[in-house]
Write a protein that binds this ligand. Structure first.
Ligand SMILES: Nc1ncnc2c1ncn2[C@@H]1O[C@H](COP(=O)(O)OP(=O)(O)O)[C@@H](O)[C@H]1O
Ligand SMILES: [Mg+2]
Length: 346
């Protein structure tokens, strides 16, 4: 069930409930999310019709704090029983506030197979179902998530935390690309610095309350992947591959890493599985015949999808418009993903 559904639309009964309902409408500047969505509400006290509302100040500069305080007073002024409202801020770290139900890592033993694309499609299909979704771009040397979603604004924040940048449809995104002065700057950092950046993206970014955080891993099983496995509470791994030679070895590498780190594999996705030749009705297996079922066996997890090479998808990615993509294949993937999630939760 999505958080929005769980919250429900019940009529508030007490003054506190009425305050909470009003606070749902107060957005954090630059984040496009409510103070409740970012889990900033720490305490609400009431005495004789005077309310004291305590918020965490993480990732909020003084300008944002003043703006939020004014907005809260304005919205709460509609509550007849309230005489006054005080807004206080208390220091907290993003890591104390983040409340993320599921962390899904998308990995492959190889580059260029469509990991970032599948991570993006996973995120957008979950967001379309009403889930609160974030995407953490853990590919520090080859970040591609901001380009796929067409975002280039710099993250907001303060000394106490960074705010992710919302995509057009409200997916929360953090990537090193959003922090670089120039999108084309090359990152030539060594492993430890890369690992530290990923850890910061987990601990110092205010993700708030999320149903899903999708982590787009770099190719292979080196430092960055290891850091993600060691630092983040992974719910499940999605392994991406294409039907080329050596695929078995590539999938096995990813499977072995997951097993060594005791992380469950949610499923495998075959990308660039085939191409439907326009106007002919013919289906061509450009990279050889499908290895989907075989790889599912290797991973001991279901085959979640077989995506074709889709020129429309490539164009939408290049234009930063992936959120406009839809296909029967994507809906089938969403169903298979949900099924794999409920199979592992129950
Ligand atoms: N199914 C597909 N159809 C068309 N283009 C694709 C497909 N999968 C990936 N691509 C394109 O291939 C390139 C590599 O994909 P990407 O997701 O960046 O791979 P990775 O993250 O594994 O390196 C991108 O330009 C992407 O748009
Ligand atoms: Mg990538």
């Amino acid at each position: 069930m999505t958080r929005a559904n769980r919250a429900g639309n019940q009529q508030p009964k007490t003054i506190e409930e009425e305050i909470r309902k009003s606070l749902n409408g107060v957005l954090v500047p630059g984040a496009n999310r409510s103070i409740n969505g970012l889990n900033l509400i720490r305490d609400i006290s009431l005495s004789d019709g005077n309310a004291g509302i305590t918020l965490a100040s993480a990732a909020l500069n003084s300008e944002a704090q003043n703006w939020i305080a004014a907005k809260i007073k304005e919205t709460c002024s509609n509550i007849a029983q309230l005489k006054s409202v005080d807004v206080l801020f208390t220091d907290s770290k993003p890591s104390e506030l983040n409340d993320i139900s599921h962390v899904i890592a998308v990995m492959s033993g190889k580059g260029g197979v469509g990991k970032s694309l599948i991570a993006s499609l996973t995120g957008l299909s979950l967001a379309r179902q009403g889930y609160e979704v974030g995407i953490l771009d853990a590919d520090i040397t080859g970040p591609s998530i901001p380009r796929i979603f067409g975002i280039d604004s710099r993250p907001g924040g303060s000394d106490t935390g960074i705010l992710p940048v919302p995509s057009r449809t409200g997916i929360e995104i953090m990537s090193i690309n959003l922090l670089l002065p120039n999108e084309d700057d090359a990152i030539i950092w060594r492993g430890p610095l890369i690992s530290r950046t990923i850890t910061q993206f987990w601990e110092e970014v205010l993700w708030g309350r999320l149903d899903y955080l999708i982590v787009d891993l770099p190719p292979g099983t080196a430092d960055a992947s290891l850091t993600v496995m060691q630092t983040l509470p992974i719910t499940g791994i999605v392994i991406v591959f294409t039907p080329q030679n050596l695929v078995e070895m590539i999938v096995k590498k990813a499977v072995n890493m997951a097993k060594q780190m005791s992380k469950p594999i949610l499923g495998v996705v075959e990308n660039m599985s085939y191409i439907d030749v326009p106007d002919t009705g013919k289906r061509m297996e450009l990279f050889g015949s499908s290895k989907g079922e075989e790889m599912a066996k290797v991973a001991g997890a279901p085959l979640l999808a077989q995506f074709p090479i889709d020129p429309e998808l490539a164009i939408l990615c290049d234009q930063g418009e992936i959120e406009r993509y839809d296909s029967e294949g994507l809906s089938a993937f969403a169903d298979a993903f949900n099924q794999a999630m409920s199979a592992r939760v129950s």
